[in-house]
Design a protein around this ligand. Sequence first.
Ligand code: FE2
Length: 182
Amino acid sequence: MTGMTLNRHRLVVFPLVAALAATSAAALVQSPHIAPPDAPSAGRLVPPGEPGTPLSASGSVVSPDGAPVAGASIYAFQTDAEGYYGVKPESDNRRPRLKVLLRSDARGAWSFETIRPGSYPGSRVPAHIHFEVSAEGFAPRLFEIVFEGDPFVTAEMRRNPAFSVRPVGAGGKVTERIVLTR
Ligand SMILES: [Fe+2]
């Protein structure tokens, strides 16, 4: 979902970045949305002490036949507990303050610690965590985790593969099995 605040500087810069990425493998490697090859499989999406309800997210990356995909790049980002991507009142989802870059381990596993995001202020957009996942030989995948019980989750979202409606279990745990297709 798009951020609430359009940043004119970003609107100018991003088409240029996209053009460079399309013509240069080096630009792709340096993309802020691709994890470094040596990125950890477990990390923190929020700094220690970030206000909010703690949430532990974990899961796997697999191919359609269920085989683990090792070394997949996972970029996850979200709003803070009040629904802002930046420092209130800034909310540019292209420059989120809260984000993490991971690589799935040999078993395809990944995990991060975070807090429950908030809905965009004054909106009926469900709270969500964005994921951008890519791996050699697979189509990149963009989707959002939204949370079971959120009153803003719609029936349409439940049918839409761009959303994954997940329950939050005991102790604030949420899991996601990320299937990549070729
Ligand atoms: Fe969003």
